[in-house]
Design a protein. Structure first.
Length: 134
C-alpha cells in the first residue's frame, strides 16, 4: 500500500475513533444522569439503567424493521416491474392446430407425439396412448 492510501486510511481510523469516543461518552453521560436521578429518589441503581436498555432495543428494532421495509419494498417494485414488462411484451399468436399436438424430440420413436387425444393428455403412437403426461 502506498503512503498516500495508508495516510488516508489512518485519517479515517482517527475520525471513526473520535466519533465512537464521542458517542460512548454521550451514552455514559446519559446513564450517569439516570443513575443520579434514581439515587435522588432513593431507588436502586439498576433501575436507572432501564431507560438506556430501552433506548438500545428501540434503536436495534428500528434498524431491523427499517431494513425489512426497504427489502420488502424493493421486492414489491421488482415484482411490479416484471408484471409491467410482461404486459408490454409482444404476444405470439396462438396456433390451435399446434396446441393439439406438440412435437417433442426427447422421445425414442419417431412416430410418437404428445397430444390431448380421446384418452386424455399423454404420449400417443398412432391411435394408441403410450403413457400419461404426468
Amino acid at each position: 500500500m502506498n503512503e498516500t492510501r495508508q495516510h488516508h486510511a489512518y485519517q479515517r481510523g482517527v475520525r471513526m475513533a473520535s466519533l465512537w469516543k464521542r458517542l460512548k461518552g454521550t451514552i455514559l453521560r446519559w446513564d450517569a444522569f439516570f443513575v443520579s436521578k434514581a439515587r435522588k429518589y432513593s431507588l436502586p441503581a439498576w433501575i436507572a439503567h432501564i431507560p438506556m436498555i430501552i433506548l438500545a432495543i428501540s434503536i436495534l428494532a428500528t434498524l431491523v424493521f427499517g431494513g425489512m421495509i426497504i427489502a420488502s419494498s424493493v421486492v414489491l417494485i421488482g415484482a411490479l416491474l416484471l408484471l409491467v414488462s410482461e404486459a408490454f411484451s409482444p404476444k405470439e399468436e396462438a396456433n390451435l392446430a399446434e396446441d393439439a399436438t406438440t412435437l417433442n424430440t426427447s422421445y425414442k420413436s419417431p412416430c410418437e407425439y404428445r397430444a390431448d387425444g380421446e384418452f386424455g393428455p399423454g404420449w400417443y403412437a398412432g391411435n394408441y396412448k403410450v403413457s400419461d403426461d404426468y
